[in-house]
Design a protein around this ligand. Sequence first.
Ligand SMILES: [Fe+2]
Ligand SMILES: [Fe+2]
Length: 387
Amino acid sequence: MKTGILGGTFDPVHKDHLALIKAAKEALGLDRIVLLPTLNPPHKPETVTDYDTRLEMLKIFAEESGENPVVDETEKLFYPKAYSYQTLPYLAEKYAGEDPVYLIGSDSLFKFTEWKRPETAAAAMPIAVYPRGDDRGVAEECSRLESVYPGSEFIPLAYKSRGISSSLIRFMAETGDESGLDETLTPGVKKFVAEKRLYTGFSAIVEKLRAELPLGLFLHSVRSAEWAVTHSWLCGTGFSESFLAALLHDSAKPFSPMFPMSEYPEGTAPQVCHQYDGGYRVKHDFGIDDSAVIDAVTYHTTARAGMTALDELTYLADKLEKGRSYPGAESLRAIAERDLSAATAASLNRTAEYLKSKGETPDNLTLQAIEWYNRKNGRQNGTQTIS
Ligand SMILES: [Fe+2]
Ligand SMILES: [Fe+2]
């Protein structure tokens, strides 16, 4: 008997989890999978659906999956906070006769040394790693960690995700994409999500925007929100902020400029005004007080020095959503898949070059942003002397 343990928030559980269960069983010769919903997911900066609701949803999934996974409630024992260094040894003992192996995503692998007492987690049982995004560097990191923690075993899994994530599904539910939900959720889970009205906290905002914007601009906004939430795991921003900033970035575009030109920073071109108006509308018309969201909208066109992770995510979502097809978009997308800061810097340089080629001067904030990235990159490459 050989058992694989798959932990996760499962908020919600979806068809990629099912594909992963099948792939892990095959690759590791597992007889069964244990699903372990996490109590308090680390590195998630916002509340998730409560544990009992996720547990109920997971049991529906287990029943209809055809793979007979077991739902394990171990983390409850460690309420209010369960760490892997506590749960893994506990599970190793619980499943001692079943040769257990713990499954993690490559995003967790690359943060493994930041886990609390990683040596205890590494010693508890072998850890198999499925790629999140591409599989670049996963095998190397597995061997590196094996030498950092002698006696540990890290196994890279060849598994190709279909690109479904819980964030994508939350996005689909928020924007009412029924056919998307049909494709990504098992039927019982889809019904459960609808009955409990999960992931509908922003539907009023979506409907307000739909009513106000021309269709083309509304669809661009929705695609931007999709890009943002499906890339937010790269920079650690939460679902709500990522979704709202990208969704509302152009919310003022048809109404801009909303104020006399003297109210905008000196030298602001008329087409740039909508970023400031957008920040205003987010706060005053959409009632969002989160200054990170307001700022990300306020600088989505020009960027600024000191770009935050949410600023970069929003800036890129606007430029790289799937409807964008300008020359160079594909190569920027490839950079963004592994480094949002590098993609932002590359996109800003491209914009500045383009404007200069037309004899126009980029906005001051754009020039400051480019300068800021140059300095940052210079420091990282060790070419900058510290004075
Ligand atoms: Fe815009
Ligand atoms: Fe836009």
